[in-house]
Ligand binder design. Structure first.
Ligand code: SAM
Length: 477
C-alpha cells in the first residue's frame, strides 16, 4: 500500500527493525485518523458542572483526570467557553506527562520548555493557586503565546519568563521541588498530525536533538532540590532521544535515579536494549505507542534526585533576595498613599471584591512601572530575568486612577463579586469581537460572564457597557 504520510525511508527502516512483529500494527496506525483531546480546567469548573455545560460528544481519556476526547468536526476551539478558559485543547498522550509529574499545591515547580503551555496550564490546575509555578520558554514569541494561555486559564501563581536553560541554573540553583522538561525533539510521534515534522526529519536532526536534550536536562538538574522530581518527555520514537538521552544523563549525574510509576499497562516500558549505554531503571520509563492507545507517540521518564526535600538547600532564600533588591516595588512618597492601599480600596469599592480578597491570595503586591501585579510569595527577585508575566496582573495605573487587568477578570469566579452581568451567547460573541454591550447592570466596572464564567471587564456608563476586552485578543467566533 502506498504510504500516504510520506514517512522518511530511514525512519521506516529503523522502526521496522526495532518493532519486529509490531511493525505492521504500528505502520497501520498512520492510516487511521488521529484522536483529538481537550482538558477541563479545574481552576474554573468542576467535573460535574463541565459535563453539564459542554455541548460536545466527550469521552474520557483513561490516563488523564481532566482529559477528554472530542470529535474533530465539533471544533470546541471555536467556542466562547474556550475563550473563558474552561478547557485547553491538548493532544491526549501529552496529558500523561503531568500525571506522571504529580504536582502538589504549595510546591515550587518549573516547566522549563513550556510554550504553548499545555503542561504549565495542567500543572497549575493541580496546584490550585498555591505555590509557585515558573513557566519558561526560550523563544520569546512562543513565550508570549504561553503567557496568553496562562492568562486565559485564570492562573494566579505563575511567573512566565523567557530564558535559556543555562541561565535558569544561575537564577534558581537547587530551588524547585519538581521540574518538567518537555524537550524539543524530532517529533516523530507527531507525524500523524504535523507534516512539517515529517519534512524536517533526518538522522542528523535526531542526533542534534539528542545532544540538545542532554544539555537542557543537565541544566534542569541543577535547578532541582535534592529529593525533588524531574520528569523528562518527548514526542518522538527515536531511541537516541529517549532511552539514549536518559542513560547518558544518568551516566553523568549519578545522584539521579529512575522511578517506577504505577500504571495499568496502558503505557509500554522503555527499552533498555535500545540505549547505547544501558542505565538501571530504563524499563521504568514509558513509551506511548499510537498503535496501542488512542493518542500520539510519546516518551516519559520520571527521575528523582537523591536526598531529602526537608534538607537545607543551596540557592538563596527568595525572601532575602526580594528584600535586598526591592527594585520591583515602588514606595509611596511623603503624603502619597501606599499603592497596595489604593489597590485594596479599588478592589473593594469599584470591583466589589471582599475586604480580605487580596490578603487571602497570599502573594506580594508589586508595581512594575504602571502595572500592579500579585507576585507569588516564593518568587525570587525579577532582576536579570526576562519576565513576561511576573504573576497575576491586577491593575494598571492611569492618571491617578486604576483600571482592572484582563488577567484579573479571568482569575476571578463569578461568586467573588456581585458586580457582574451575565451575557447571552450572542452578546458574548460580540464582546469577544470588541463591541460594546448594549445593556448594563450597575454603573462602573462590571465583570462580564457567560454561563457563569468571566470573559473580561466592561465599564457601564450612559446605558452602555464599554468593552475592555484587550484589542490583541479579539476573536471572531
Ligand atoms: N511543554 C509544551 C506544552 O506542553 O505546550 C511543549 C514544549 S515543546 C515540546 C518544546 C519547547 O522547547 C518549544 O516551545 C521550543 O521552543 C523549546 N526549545 C527549543 N529549543 C530549546 C532550547 N535550546 N532550550 C530550551 N527549550 C527549547
Amino acid at each position: 500500500m502506498e504510504d500516504r504520510r510520506n514517512l522518511p525511508e530511514a525512519f521506516r527502516m529503523r522502526m521496522k527493525r526495532l518493532l519486529g512483529t509490531e511493525w505492521e500494527a504500528f505502520q497501520a496506525s498512520y492510516d487511521k485518523e488521529r484522536s483529538y483531546g481537550l482538558r477541563r480546567n479545574p481552576l474554573k469548573s468542576s467535573g460535574e458542572r463541565f459535563m453539564a455545560q459542554m455541548p460536545y460528544t466527550l469521552e474520557k481519556v483513561s490516563w488523564a483526570e481532566e482529559g477528554y476526547y472530542y470529535q474533530a468536526e465539533e471544533q470546541p476551539g471555536k467556542d466562547v467557553l474556550h475563550e473563558a478558559g474552561v478547557y485547553y485543547i491538548q493532544e491526549p498522550s501529552a496529558m500523561a506527562v503531568v500525571e506522571i509529574l504529580d504536582p502538589q499545591p504549595g510546591e515550587r515547580i518549573l516547566d522549563l520548555c513550556a510554550a504553548p503551555g499545555g503542561k504549565s496550564t495542567q500543572i497549575a490546575g493541580r496546584m490550585r493557586g498555591e505555590g509557585l509555578l515558573v513557566a519558561n520558554e526560550v523563544i520569546y514569541d512562543r513565550a508570549r503565546i504561553l503567557s496568553q494561555n496562562v492568562e486565559r486559564m485564570g492562573i494566579k501563581n505563575c511567573v512566565v519568563c523567557s530564558e535559556d536553560p543555562e541561565h535558569m541554573t544561575e537564577l534558581f540553583p537547587g530551588f524547585f521541588d519538581r521540574i518538567v522538561v518537555d524537550a524539543p525533539c524530532s517529533g516523530e510521534g507527531m507525524f500523524r498530525k504535523d507534516q512539517t515534522a515529517v519534512e524536517q526529519w533526518s538522522k542528523e536532526h535526531v542526533r542534534m536533538c539528542a545532544n540538545r536534550q542532554l544539555t537542557i536536562l543537565k541544566a534542569a538538574a541543577r535547578c532541582l532540590k535534592p529529593g525533588g522530581v524531574l520528569v523528562y518527555s518527548t514526542c518522538t520514537f527515536a531511541p537516541e532521544e529517549n532511552e539514549g538521552t536518559i542513560s547518558r544523563f544518568i551516566g553523568e549525574r549519578e545522584d539521579f535515579f529512575l522511578e517506577e510509576v504505577p500504571c495499568d499497562g496502558t503505557f509500554a516500558p522503555g527499552q533498555t536494549e535500545w540505549a547505547m549505554q544501558p542505565a538501571p531503571g530504563l524499563a521504568y520509563t514509558m513509551r506511548l505507542w499510537p498503535h496501542r492507545l488512542r493518542g500520539e507517540g510519546h516518551y516519559i521518564a520520571r527521575l528523582r534526585r537523591q536526598g531529602s526535600l526537608d534538607g537545607v538547600f543551596p540557592g538563596q532564600s527568595c525572601d532575602n533576595r526580594r528584600k535586598k533588591s526591592g527594585k520591583d516595588r515602588r514606595h509611596a512618597g511623603a503624603g502619597q498613599k501606599d499603592p497596595t492601599e489604593v489597590l485594596q480600596e479599588f478592589l473593594v469599592k469599584e470591583l466589589g471584591l471582599a475586604e480580605d480578597w487580596l490578603t487571602k491570595q497570599g502573594g506580594i503586591v508589586s508595581q512594575f512601572g504602571e502595572q500592579l501585579y500579585l507576585v507569588p510569595g516564593d518568587m525570587i527577585s525579577m532582576e536579570g530575568i526576562r519576565v513576561l508575566r511576573p504573576g497575576l496582573h491586577l491593575a494598571t495605573e492611569k492618571k491617578n486612577r486604576l483600571e482592572p487587568a484582563h488577567s484579573l477578570a479571568l482569575a476571578l469566579t463569578a461568586v467573588e463579586t456581585e458586580r457582574i452581568l451575565e451575557l447571552t451567547h450572542e452578546e458574548a460573541v460580540c464582546y469577544l469581537r470588541g463591541e460594546s454591550v448594549l445593556r448594563t447592570a450597575q454603573k462602573g466596572w462590571t465583570l462580564l460572564t457567560y454561563s457563569g464564567y468571566p470573559l473580561g471587564f466592561g465599564k457601564a456608563a450612559g446605558g452602555q457597557m464599554k468593552n475592555h476586552y484587550p484589542k490583541g485578543l479579539r476573536k471572531f467566533l
